[in-house]
Design a protein around this ligand. Structure first.
Ligand code: FES
Length: 123
């Protein structure tokens, strides 16, 4: 698994991103929407599956959902699932907070951490 450092706590400070915020980060030429919730950092694809809006330019609710800035579709930052009425989902990525910073991998989810929709749709 290849890991990329998003934040360095020495260079970027202990809290480099505000709580309940999202932003776009580029990881090895892939745009990722990175959100910070009370229990850590979470990442989903930056590309909204509805009409390709930039999720990292949206906002984060206190329920842990990113709101797309275009048509306000919502996606759970932890599972990637869209609101039930949307019937869609967005790719999730593994993020780890370590002693020295925040790290992400673009590799596939660990087998024991497969989002519910991947088992439903076989993707
Ligand atoms: S492009 Fe994201 S809700 Fe339409």
């Amino acid at each position: 698994m290849k890991w990329y450092k998003i934040y360095d706590f020495v260079m970027d400070g202990a809290e480099p991103q505000a709580l309940y915020s999202v932003r776009t980060v580029e990881v090895s030429k892939t745009l990722v929407c990175l959100g910070r919730l009370p229990d850590g950092y979470f990442a989903v694809s930056d590309k909204c599956p509805h009409a390709s809006g930039r999720l990292g330019l949206g906002e984060c609710t206190h329920e842990g959902k990113v709101v797309c800035p275009h048509h306000r579709y919502k996606y759970d930052m932890k599972t990637g699932s869209g609101n039930p009425e949307q019937g869609d989902y967005v790719e999730t990525y593994i993020v780890e907070t370590r002693n020295d910073g925040v790290w992400i991998t673009l590799d596939k989810q660990k087998e024991n951490n497969i989002p519910w929709w991947k088992s439903l749709f076989g993707k």
